[in-house]
Write a protein that binds this ligand. Structure first.
Ligand code: KG4
Ligand code: ZN
Length: 406
C-alpha cells in the first residue's frame, strides 16, 4: 500500500510518500521520500507565523513540491487521463476553490503532470489541530487530487502524527523497510510543540481516537514551543526560536555561566498534570527590561538567561512527566513534537525513562518538527484500524481538534 501524506497545519508545507506492508503481524514502513518546505524565513520578520502569508505560501508550494516528489521518487503511473477528460474534471474541481484558494488554483491550472495517475492507494491529510486557513489549503489540495485520481482521502490528527513519527527506527537507512515499533501499553505520550504541551495516555484498545487517547494534562496558556519562540524574540533571536535559545543555553553551560535571575517553575508543585508557560515568558520580559535599563543586556546576560529559561522549562516538564508515570504506571514513554529536538530535554527524559524502567521512543531529529511522513504513517494506522478507509463525512479543517475527540 502506497500513501501520500500532506501536511499544512502551520508554516511547513510538507509531502511524503511511504509504502506500508504487514509482515508476521507487524506493520512495516518504507519511506520513499519526504519533503518539507519551511516558510520560517518569511515569518521571521513577524516573530511568529502570519496565517494569511502561510496560507498563500502553501497554495504556491504544494503543486511544485508534488512535482518534485513524483519526479524523484520513481513511483510508477497507473494510467494517463486523456487531455479532454482531464480538462473537464479539472475545471469542475477547481471551480470550488476559485474564491478561497486562488494561489493553489493557479498552480493546479498549470500542472499537466497530474494527468499521469501515480500508483498511490491513499492520500492522508492533516485535518487539525492547526491554523484553519492553512489546514484548508492542504485539505483542498488532497480533495482535488483524490477526486482527480479517484484515490480515497483519509483525514489525520496532527498530534497523532507526532506520536507515530516517534515509533520509526531512528537509524534506518533512507529507503529501507523498517518495522514500526510496538510500545508496551498503556503508553504515555509527551507531546511538546509550538501549539501543544500535552501528557496523553494511550491504551491499546479503543477503535476510535476518543477511546484510545486520554489527555492527562495540558497547558493552560502558552505551549512550551511558543514560550521558546517568545523568549527568543525577547533575547533578539530569530523565529523559530527554540533551537536558538537552546544554542545560547548550551554556550552558557560550556562556559559554566549561570544567571543571577531566578525564573519561576510554573505549576511545578500543583496537584494536577497541567502546565503554564505564559508567566515564565513574562518573567523573562521583566528581567530583560531591567537589564536593559541598567545597561546589562549583553551577550553574557542573554546566554545565562537562556540557560536559566531552558532549565526552568526542563524542570517543569520533568516534574509533571514523573508525576504522570508514578500516578498512571505507564508501560512506555513516547515523546513527540518540535520541542523534542531539544537536546537537554531528550537527555532528561531518557534518564527518567531509565529510572522507571520504561522504553522511550524519541523521534529522529529530522522528523521531530512538522513533516508529512508522520501524517502518511498515521493515515496508514487509521486505514488498518478501520480495515480500509471509511467515509467519515466531508473533509473539513478542525483547528482545535483534540486527540480525545472532546
Ligand atoms: O511540532 P512543531 O514543528 O510545530 C507545531 O506543531 O507546533 O514544533 C515547532 C516548535 C517551535 O516552537 C520551535 O521553536 C520548537 O518546536 N523547537 C524547539 C527546538 N527545535 C524546535 N524548542 C526547543 N528546543 C529545540 N531544539
Ligand atoms: Zn507539530
Amino acid at each position: 500500500m502506497t500513501i501520500l501524506g500532506v501536511e499544512t497545519s502551520c508554516d511547513e508545507t510538507a509531502l511524503a510518500l511511504i509504502e506500508i506492508r504487514e509482515k508476521d503481524g507487524c506493520l512495516e514502513c518504507r519511506v520513499i521520500d519526504s519533503l518539507v518546505h519551511s516558510q520560517a524565513d518569511l515569518h521571521s520578520a513577524y516573530g511568529g507565523v502570519y496565517p494569511s502569508l502561510a496560507k498563500r505560501e502553501h497554495g504556491r508550494n504544494l503543486i511544485p513540491l508534488l512535482h518534485r516528489l513524483l519526479s524523484t521518487s520513481a513511483v510508477e503511473s497507473r494510467l494517463e487521463i486523456t487531455e479532454s477528460d482531464f480538462d473537464v474534471r479539472k475545471r469542475q474541481l477547481l471551480a470550488e476553490i476559485e474564491k478561497t484558494n486562488p494561489d493553489l488554483l493557479q498552480t493546479f491550472e498549470a500542472a499537466d503532470f497530474l494527468r499521469k495517475v501515480p500508483a498511490i492507494d491513499h492520500i492522508a491529510v492533516t485535518e487539525g489541530p492547526g491554523l484553519e486557513p492553512t489546514l484548508w489549503v492542504g485539505i483542498n489540495f488532497a480533495k482535488i487530487l483524490g477526486e482527480l485520481w479517484k484515490i480515497p482521502v483519509v483525514p489525520v490528527n496532527h498530534m497523532e502524527g507526532h506520536i507515530v513519527g516517534s515509533l520509526l527506527d531512528r537509524d534506518a537507512p533512507q529507503g529501507a523497510w523498517q518495522v514500526l515499533k510496538n510500545p508496551v501499553m498503556p503508553a504515555l505520550a509527551f507531546l511538546i510543540s509550538g501549539g501543544h504541551t500535552e501528557l496523553v495516555e494511550i491504551s491499546a484498545s479503543g477503535k476510535n481516537a476518543g477511546n484510545r487517547y486520554k489527555i492527562l494534562g495540558e497547558t493552560r496558556d502558552d505551549a512550551v514551543g511558543e514560550a521558546f519562540d517568545k523568549v527568543a524574540r525577547l533575547l533578539g533571536l530569530p523565529y523559530p526560536g527554540g533551537p536558538h535559545v537552546s544554542k545560547l543555553a548550551f554556550m552558557a553551560r560550556e562556559k559554566d555561566m549561570s544567571s543571577n535571575v531566578k525564573l519561576p517553575r510554573p505549576m511545578i508543585s500543583s496537584a494536577d498534570l497541567n502546565f503554564s508557560f505564559s508567566g515564565l515568558k513574562t518573567a523573562v520580559l521583566y528581567a530583560v527590561q531591567k537589564a536593559t535599563a541598567e545597561n546589562r543586556f549583553d551577550e553574557n546576560f542573554r546566554m545565562a538567561l537562556a540557560r536559566e529559561f531552558e532549565d526552568a522549562v526542563a524542570e517543569t516538564l520533568e516534574a509533571k512527566l514523573e508525576k504522570a508515570i508514578e500516578e498512571r504506571g505507564a508501560g512506555s514513554l513516547i515523546v513527540g513534537g518540535g520541542v523534542s529536538a531539544n537536546r537537554v530535554l531528550r537527555e532528561r527524559f531518557q534518564k527518567i525513562a531509565a529510572k522507571h524502567g520504561l522504553e522511550i521512543y524519541l523521534p529522529s531529529q529530522h522528523i521531530s518538527g512538522d513533516n508529512a511522513l508522520m501524517i502518511a504513517l498515521a493515515g496508514a494506522l487509521e486505514i488498518k484500524a478501520k480495515s480500509g478507509p471509511q467515509n467519515s463525512g466531508p473533509l473539513k479543517a478542525h483547528g482545535t481538534k483534540r486527540l480525545d475527540g472532546r
